[in-house]
Design a protein around this ligand. Structure first.
Ligand code: WT7
Length: 635
């Protein structure tokens, strides 16, 4: 892939200009670096009104042929995947390109043997173990659509996602390791499946030797299903626009939606963005600390690196186990050259002081990345000085589940860096800032709504089973633009700074939740009549969740902690521990307009502790409710 690599700032500007003046020539040229079973008739056809976006129309390919067969042929003995276990004393595992190809083919044949076909949906709910990566790629091998659900989600959340995708198969494990804890997974799957009818089979991987109960006729062990399977499996020919996967993500309204990515465009863009942002060279080792359950793991642990013939590290554990030096130890252990993590991880490690990071050399590092939420200047500096030793560029990757790949970011050591600025758009990405009226803002240093005015190959195509929802959510706010939901600023050099969400989405430790989703979970509790949830700044998590809750009966002070615990349980049951509100305040009513709309603006200010600037409250249905909330606000 290094033919695609941008080598200088000048070249970046040239490529960028070409990608805007002739996008079809630009992306056609990039796409020519891949193996296609049949070339496209047309590079791009699109409109943002339906929306209908088709890249490489008429082409046929299989993404796994480009990840595995192609690399096995030219670098078969190169390590494709390094797996580092949760416990540093346990044995790590490595797979060469040839070995990974074989593992994937064997499992792909197993999937076929149990009746999984092209187009079927397969839900993957697994620990961060090599079998997760194998399962993902094996689905792509046979054209089954994977829907990976992060293993921290609850049974109800899992059931919703299985049901929405109408998955036939669930792939899971007995349980998972997370630092000093072990967490059951199979039990969660069993509970989820009590409520859904579409699942025919469950494949269970043995991770902890727990021997969970197995339902006869439905549940099969991984080791049994792969037994005797052939080591070759032809890649299924796919249309460029056939779905590759579904990944659920939260928005400002309703239940999480299944973002759909397709085979051709996603392949081209994840490889292109990986190669450039991380300036990958043949002998390099790349490590992204995300979980494969999120888009970052899909694009930059699995697909992007393997498409580029890279060595990619997959880490089962957490940054603070057995101690806060774990990341740095792993970097030295494998000589990691490019490292990608989240601001929340950086901030939590900062709190343990410099000693941990100073005990490791980190000499191998060349480029360090950050992703998932805005990074504050203090964390940026700490990362740059103590991890990057002032010598590695920090690339701040702004993108979204919906964009499939990195959109705005530094490019290795090629483009300028500025703390808290993500930087320039990658070639092919045309961001604009819009004002309230939907007009493009031209000048510098003004804040606007971040939109994209032209398609790129890995833009979402639809939301699964509900195309209208895709249109309304992303393409109806501003005519002719994809709306990101983020606010941003642009400086005089054209660099972008992402400010944060302008909709009702909260980003807690890089995890994305809709306020409505958390409110629904809280309202499930029998004590509760209604609730309103807002985000407020948190020193480590970026944002944290503050819930204002109206109960059927007033809860006496001495019982409030108990009631809080029960409400948290409801959130754990509906979504998972990751969505627990940090603060729960019982209130007698919520500030509403006369038309019944909750004034979140006011609640946000209260949650931030900024009670002097509540703005005009006179139009509220009951202005006095605000005084009561302010008086009892949780500090
Ligand atoms: C939202 C997308 C990017 C993949 C992981 C999260 C925020 C993401 C950055 C960044 C500032 C960022 C945005 C975006 N975000 N990266 N570098 N700087 N904000 O994907 O769960 O789909 O969340 O995360 O608000 O809209 P996601």
């Amino acid at each position: 892939m290094n033919k695609l690599q941008i080598r200088s700032l000048e070249q970046y500007h040239e490529n960028y200009a070409q990608s805007v003046s002739d996008p079809e020539a630009f992306w056609g040229n990039v796409a020519n670096e891949f193996q296609w079973m049949k070339k496209w008739d047309r590079v791009l056809e699109w409109n943002f009104t339906e929306p209908n976006i088709q890249w490489f129309k008429g082409a046929r390919l299989n993404i796994t042929q480009n990840m595995l067969d192609r690399n096995a042929a030219i670098r078969g003995d190169k390590t494709a995947l390094i797996w580092e276990p949760n416990d540093p004393h346990e044995k790590s595992l490595t797979y060469t390109y040839s070995e990974l190809l074989e593992k994937v083919c064997v499992f792909a044949n197993a999937l076929k043997a149990i009746g999984i076909k092209k187009g079927d949906r397969v839900c993957i709910y697994m620990p961060m173990i090599p079998e997760l990566t194998v399962a993902v790629i094996a689905c792509a091998r046979i054209g089954a659509i994977h829907s990976v659900v992060f293993a921290g989600f609850s049974a109800n959340a899992l059931a919703d996602r299985i049901e929405d995708a109408q998955a036939k198969l669930v792939i899971t494990a007995d349980g998972l390791n997370r630092g000093a804890k072990q967490i059951p997974l199979k039990r969660v799957v069993d509970e989820a499946l009590e409520h859904v009818a579409c699942v025919e089979k469950v494949i269970v991987c043995d991770c902890l030797n727990w021997k969970p109960s197995m339902k006869a006729g439905r549940d099969i062990w991984w080791k049994d299903v792969v037994e005797g399977q052939a080591i070759a499996c032809d890649p299924e020919p796919m249309d460029a626009e056939d779905p590759l996967f579904i990944l659920y993500t939260s928005g400002s309204t309703g239940k999480p939606k299944g973002v759909v990515h397709t085979c051709g465009g996603y392949m081209v863009y994840t490889a292109y963005s990986f190669q450039n942002v991380y300036q990958y060279e043949e002998a390099d080792v790349f490590w992204c600390t995300a979980d494969v359950g999120w888009i970052t793991g899909h694009s930059y642990i699995v697909y992007g690196p393997l498409l580029c013939g890279a060595t990619t590290v997959m880490f089962e554990g957490i940054p603070t186990y057995p101690d806060a030096g774990r990341f740095w130890q792993v970097i030295d252990k494998y000589g990691v050259n490019q490292f990608l993590t989240a601001p929340t991880a950086i901030r939590s490690l900062m709190a343990f002081g410099e000693d941990h990071v100073l005990s490791y050399s980190l000499d191998s590092l060349k480029i360090i990345g950050t992703v998932g939420e805005p990074i504050n200047e203090e964390a940026w500096n700490w990362y740059h000085v103590h991890v990057g030793k002032g010598r590695c560029p920090v690339v701040d990757n702004w993108w979204q589940t919906e964009t499939g790949g990195i959109m705005i970011s530094g490019i290795g050591n090629i483009s300028p860096q500025k703390p808290t600025f993500a930087g320039y758009p990658l070639p092919g990405i045309q961001p604009v800032l819009l004002n309230q009226e939907g007009k493009e803002i031209e000048g510098a240093d003004e804040e606007g709504y971040l939109c994209i005015k032209f398609p790129w190959p890995s833009i979402l195509r639809t939301t699964y089973g509900d195309h209208e929802r895709c249109r309304v959510t992303y393409f109806s706010h501003y005519n002719g633009y994809y709306f990101t939901g983020d606010g941003a600023k642009r400086d005089e050099q054209g660099m972008y700074r992402i400010i944060g969400r302008v909709d009702d989405v909260i980003n807690v430790s890089g995890h994305r939740f809709g306020t409505a989703e958390i409110e629904n979970a809280i309202n499930m509790n029998k004590l509760v009549i209604e609730s309103a949830v807002v985000g407020y700044p948190h020193p480590v998590k970026g944002q944290s969740i503050y819930a204002f809750v109206v109960c059927e009966h007033e809860i006496p002070k001495e019982n409030q902690d108990l009631a809080r615990g029960e409400i948290m349980e409801s959130v754990v049951a509906e979504i998972g521990k990751i969505a627990i509100p940090e603060k729960i305040q019982f209130v007698s009513g919520l500030p509403k307009t006369r038309s019944g709309k909750i004034m979140r603006r006011i609640l946000r200010k209260i949650a931030e502790g900024d009670v002097k600037n509540l703005g005009d409250t006179s139009t509220l249905l009951d202005p006095f409710v605000v005084d009561e909330i302010v008086e009892h606000a949780i500090k």
